[in-house]
Design a protein around this ligand. Structure first.
Ligand SMILES: Nc1ncnc2c1ncn2[C@@H]1O[C@H](COP(=O)(O)OP(=O)(O)OP(=O)(O)O)[C@@H](O)[C@H]1O
Length: 242
């Protein structure tokens, strides 16, 4: 179980300190599929980076299975079973797709299983398995490889920051299937930052983060209608009727 307690992140702005996250409290129970959404600039990526150990919080504590992990770095958190898929994945020169998926899994993987991971993310294994991860891969291809890696990793908590970014429609449809399969197979928790209605539609819980504050958190059936209804622009000031 992941618990964020009184998390704040301040950065130095032109007019002094600026609060990006303000006293955020959030619990993600085991096995839950939680989607964090909200307006641009609301603090979602910052929150994901705080959980992954990339950004330290200015205040507050993070607990994972009851252990205080606030002071741990990315690698130590990864060892405890926290994985993070970047909005813009990194590319490694000289390393093949096979190497990366095996590295993620922490063991040699049977060819058939490796092909399965690639097939699930819409890549033809024979074309990609021995391909080097370098600048010749497109943004969408590299994103799919990273999702295959996350599937191979089977961690306790997986965080995706806008997995739909840069992915074409075919892959997007498959991405939904991939998430549902991940949910069945890895039995860990999945936290996804997304603006996509279809991803929100498969969540167990939805968290709305706006202006650095959680403005709503609850079961999908409770939160989603409030995001999709007439009140879609609930975060914007209402225009006066003419
Ligand atoms: N290091 C920083 N210095 C100054 N401002 C920052 C820094 N990091 C983030 N911000 C600001 O904090 C706010 C929240 O950023 P964040 O990337 O967390 O938002 P987000 O909800 O993920 O947005 P989006 O939906 O557009 O991806 C934004 O206004 C951003 O410009």
């Amino acid at each position: 179980m992941l618990e964020l307690k009184h998390i704040s992140v301040d950065v130095a702005g032109e007019d002094g300190e600026k609060g990006i996250l303000k006293n955020v409290n959030l619990t993600v129970d085991d096995g839950k599929f939680v989607v964090i959404t909200g307006p641009n600039g609301g603090g979602k990526s910052t929150l994901a980076k705080v959980v992954a150990g990339i950004n330290p919080p200015t205040e507050g504590q993070i607990f994972f299975d009851g252990q205080d992990i606030t002071g741990l770095g990315i690698t130590e958190r990864a060892k405890l079973g926290i994985s993070f898929a970047f909005q813009q994945p990194v590319r490694f020169k000289g390393i093949t797709v096979r190497d990366m998926v095996e590295l993620a899994a922490g063991e040699k993987i049977e060819e058939e299983q490796l092909c399965g991971y690639l097939r699930d993310v819409g890549l033809c294994a024979k074309d990609y398995i021995d391909r080097e991860i370098n600048a010749s891969l497109s943004g969408g291809e590299i994103k799919r490889i990273e999702i295959a890696m996350v599937m191979a990793r089977k961690t306790r908590l997986t965080i995706f920051d806008e997995p739909e970014a840069g992915i074409d429609l075919w892959s997007f449809n498959n991405l939904i299937d991939v998430f549902q399969r991940m949910r069945r197979e890895i039995r860990g928790s999945i936290v996804i930052i997304s603006h996509q209605e279809r991803i929100l539609g498969i969540a167990d819980e939805i968290v709305v983060l706006s202006g650095g504050v959680i403005t709503a958190h609850g079961p999908r059936d409770e939160i989603l209608p409030t995001l999709l209804g007439d009140d879609k622009c609930q975060f914007c000031p209402k225009l006066e009727e003419a």
